[in-house]
Each structure stands twice: as C-alpha cells, then as structure tokens.
Design a protein around this ligand. Sequence first.
Ligand code: SDX
Length: 378
Amino acid sequence: TTLAPGIHRGLAGVVVDATGISTVIQESNSLTYRGYPVQDLAARRSFEEVAYLLWHGELPDPAQLADFRSRERALRPLDRTTAEVLARLPETCHPMDVLRTAVSFFGAEDPTEEDGSPAAHRTKSLNLLAKLPTVVAADQRRRRGLPPVPPDPALGYAENFFHMCFGAVPDPEVVRCFEISLVLYAEHGFNASTFTARVVTSTLSDLYSAVTAAIGALKGPLHGGANEAVMHMLTEIGDPARAPEWLAAALAEKRKIMGFGHRVYKDGDSRVPIMQHALDSLVARGAHPETARLAALHAALREAMLDHKGIHPNLDYPAGLAYHLMGFDTPVFTPLFVMSRITGWTAHITEQLAHNALIRPLASYTGPGQRAVPAVTG
Ligand code: SDX
C-alpha cells in the first residue's frame, strides 16, 4: 500500500518522549547509562552496580552496594508453588514462554500488584532481577533432565547463575565475559520491548503486565530473539568457507541475516567492540572443541556481510556465539537478554509513570468509504 505523506512506519526516526536513562552520543557513537559510557561500566563495574545505577540514577556507594547485594541474594529462591507451576509447562515450549509465564505468575500472586508507587516498583523490580535467573537456570536443567540447583547466597549475581545452571562456577574470565554481556544488554532507550513496556504502563496498568508484554516483544527474531537465531544460522552454515556463498543465496532470497543491522546505529552498534573483545577472550581459551571453526565462521560471515551489504553486526552477533562458548543451550540465549534488560525495562516503567501520557497514536485510513448496510433479503 502506498502510504499517505507524514506516516512513519515502525515509528522510525520519531521522537515520542523524553528519557533521562540512556542515550547514544552520535559524535562518539557511544552509549551512556545515566551519563556513564557503557564501555567504562562494562570494564570497571559489576552488573549489580549497573542495575542500581539504572534504577537510582547514581552508582551505589559501598554501603548502598552491600545492602543492595544482600537484598538481591535473599530474593533469589522460588517458592514451591512457583516452582511447581513452571515444572508443569511442556518441555517443548520455548524458554521465553517459561519466563513470560513466571512473570505473569509473580504478578498473580503479588497482593501489591496494583501498587505503582516508586517504592513498590523498586521492590518488584529487585524481586524480578533476583528471581529470573533462578527461573532460567531451573528451566535449562529441567530440559536436560536434571534437578534444579538452589541459588547460593554466598555468590555474586553472575557466579550464582553459573552455579545454578551447571553446579559449578567457571574460571573468573568466563564469568567476567558473561557479566560484560549483562551490562551491555541492560538498557537501550526506546527499543521495541522497552517501548512496549511504556505503552502498557501508560494506561496505568501494573508492572508485571508491562514486563510480560515486553518479554513477548523481545522474543521476536527482529529484536532479542536474534541472538538465538545467530547460533542457528552459524550451525546451518557450518563450514567457514561456505559463508560467502551461503550469504549470497540468503540475501538473494531477501532473508534477514540475524545479528546484523540496527534501526538506530547505521555505522555499527557501539556495544559490539566490547562484546567482540570478550568473545575473542573466550575463543582464545579454546574451551569448546569446535571453537576455532566457529570463530572462523563468525569472522567470515561478518566480513562477507560488510562486503556484500555494508551492514554491521549488532550486539546479538558476538553475544550469541559467546553464550554458546559459555555452555548455555541456544534457546536460553534470549532469556539471558531478559535477565539483563529487566533493569532497563523497569527503569523505563518507573520513568513513564513519573510523567505519564497515555500512548495512543493515529492511523491513516485506507479502507472502504462509508456505505449503506444492505437490507436483509429473503
Ligand atoms: C536488537 O532497537 C534496539 O535498540 C534493539 C536492540 C536493543 O538493545 O534493544 O539493539 C536489540 O534487537 C538488535 C537487532 C537484532 N535483530 C536482528 O539482528 C535481526 C536482523 N536485523 C534486521 O531485521 C534489521 O536490521 C533490524 C530489524 C534490526 C533493523 O531494521 P530497520 O531499521 O527496520 O531497517 P530495514 O529492515 O528497513 O533495513 C534497511 C535496509 C533494507 O534493505 P532494502 O529493503 O531497503 O533494500 O537494509 C536491509 C533491509 O533489507 N537490512 C538487512 C538487514 N538489516 C537491514 N538485510 C539483510 N539482513 C539484515 N540483517
């Protein structure tokens, strides 16, 4: 359909509200969270500190961090009812469906669900931050036929997640790579899932409804689902030497190449160099038997995409392979994105409420003109 002038499909380029949470500084192409460059946060701060920063607007001092950490650790365990509800989901359903169900269930059993005060939001947000990893880890083990490993309050957020997934904490360098991915995935302005959370919040609905909706939006392969799709694509291609021909055929079929392109970044996603560097350190460890082949394929496809289309990779491209090398099952990759983005989503939910305006755009009508309803015959 030819569009009337003034229509911005996909809201491309449309500024719909103000935010103080993050921005991409165009001149330096660098993403900042509350003014701090994300590459510095990823290099020097823990994911817990970045979560605190996104929620409170400032980095925590040592006392604030100690209090935040102890409250987060205490909230990790799932109650028996939740564990039973999630254990009844079919093992064939997608892990994003498990997360969506878990958040919806947390809301259903929260007697303060309708309380939208900043203090109530902070309590709910911290509870989700603490519990989502326990849900994701238990689900990955369930699909492997293994019993859940309870959270360990003596471990930090990232270490504890590996402990719950694999019953062990890997080398600190591997944990650090994971933590870097969490910092990079945490927040990114009005992306589709965050905007979804803001739309739901703008009607004064509750935080769990907004997060459940955001999980639904993130699941799609044009958005968060891309990191899982990257791994499926690398598996499909297999041989690094096949990358150029595979890409030419895929582009000829007008396929979207997962992990490439971005609505906002047209000269490369500012987060990619940091995640690529973390991926390179995992590759150098050679932890995975096919590591060298996958790294060569990953590089070959990136070069071919740049040569063919001049399109740069986005964060999902290095993150997908990195998660594979860390030992996570492919369908869990987007749930890892949720574990991080719950911080950005909930910061935006609180910000939307602070100066709310119902989000309700217009449409240009292209249907039939007004006409009379024919009399019923016979
Ligand atoms: C995330 O918004 C965010 O910030 C999201 C995110 C976050 O942190 O929240 O950064 C996370 O979602 C990253 C994106 C993950 N998605 C993918 O990797 C899926 C593959 N990417 C494409 O679908 C696409 O690049 C989008 C959806 C990400 C962006 O698409 P746009 O801005 O709508 O651009 P477009 O689809 O209009 O593409 C412009 C042109 C088109 O060519 P023409 O039709 O004009 O000839 O570039 C082509 C597209 O075909 N193109 C691609 C491509 N990306 C763009 N062609 C092949 N493969 C691609 N990946």
